[in-house]
Design a protein. Structure first.
Length: 307
């Protein structure tokens, strides 16, 4: 069925050709790349309309795109583009212009994105496609055709996101120029070699943890708002130190009370000893007085006491 699109230019109406009708590359760049309301790719002389993903796949794609954005903000080693930015694969056997849902260009890429670029003149380092499963042809375009062509063009990593998890896959270019699946490690993490340090749980693509959850997650803490996570850690450490200082102050206060109690007890013992000494002195004086009285009585009787 012919895809009909109306475009008003100089009071004329132009309808794009069917995907079976030949369109030159020059005509594609001039008429359909910039001016069409429909997103078209160009495949060896034919227009291919970019299919629409369903909502669950869009949610997965948006979560992943935001995660990648957080990484690039904390590790500015690349630039990312969106759907509107196309690039020429530069293949000898086929002639294609593809527009990945998300493209990434490393700072080390010999062809950099310029502020005025409307298409990318080099080869993306990573391409990401949000799968549309509207038809078998749509699925095969992302899972087979683009996989083969991106590998041949030299795209280092290729990610396919499928909200239903039937076709989600992550590929890395090997030394022979073919894609190999990036397998999760023992912790279920997918790690990129193109973006050292970028990682995510395979299962998180479906659960899509919130920003607050990722900040407290060791998998994402190093690049998802690391300044906030660091300040939160410092706040916790300060709170812990304050609690420790408070506990030490209580212990010092308790020791001071114990020392005061011991001092009071020592003072009380000293007072008791002094009281006993005074009592002994009083008894000694009384004994001496009795002895003097007895001696006087003996002298009164004419007896000289032995002193």
């Amino acid at each position: 069925m012919e895809i009909v699109q109306l475009e008003y230019r100089a009071n004329t109406v132009r309808c794009p050709p069917t995907t079976r009708q030949y369109v030159s590359k020059a005509e594609y760049w001039e008429k359909y790349y910039h001016n069409s309301d429909t997103i078209y790719e160009w495949n060896n002389g034919h227009l291919e309309e970019k299919p629409v993903s369903d909502f669950i796949t869009i949610l997965m794609y948006e979560w992943f795109s935001e995660l990648l954005g957080y990484f690039l903000k904390s590790h500015p080693i690349a630039q990312k583009t969106v759907l509107e930015m196309g690039f020429n694969l530069g293949l000898s056997q086929t002639n294609e212009v593809r527009r990945p849902d998300l493209g990434l260009v490393l700072n080390s890429n010999p062809v950099q994105l310029e502020p005025t670029d409307k298409s990318y003149q080099g080869i993306f380092d990573i391409c990401i496609e949000a799968l549309s499963d509207s038809s078998k042809a749509d699925i095969e375009r992302d899972t087979l055709d683009k996989k083969k062509d991106y590998a041949a063009a030299g795209v280092k990593e290729y990610y396919i996101l499928d909200g239903h998890n039937r076709h989600t896959q992550f590929y890395r270019l090997n030394t022979r120029g073919f894609y190999q699946p990036i397998k999760p490690n023992k912790k279920g993490l997918i790690k990129s070699k193109v973006l050292p340090g970028f990682q995510f749980r395979r299962s998180d693509l479906s659960s899509r943890p919130t920003l607050e959850e990722m900040i407290d997650d060791s998998v994402y803490q190093s690049f998802v708002l690391p300044d906030y996570a660091e300040s939160k850690t410092r706040a916790k450490q300060a709170e812990q130190r304050a609690k420790q200082e408070q506990q030490r102050a209580k212990q010092e206060q308790q020791r001071a009370k114990q020392e005061q109690q011991r001092a009071e007890q020592e003072q009380q013992r000293a007072e008791q000893e002094q009281q006993r000494a005074e009592q002994e002195q009083q008894r000694a004086e009384q004994e001496q007085q009795r002895a003097e009285r007895l001696a006087q009585q003996l002298r009164d009787l004419g007896i000289t006491p032995n002193v």
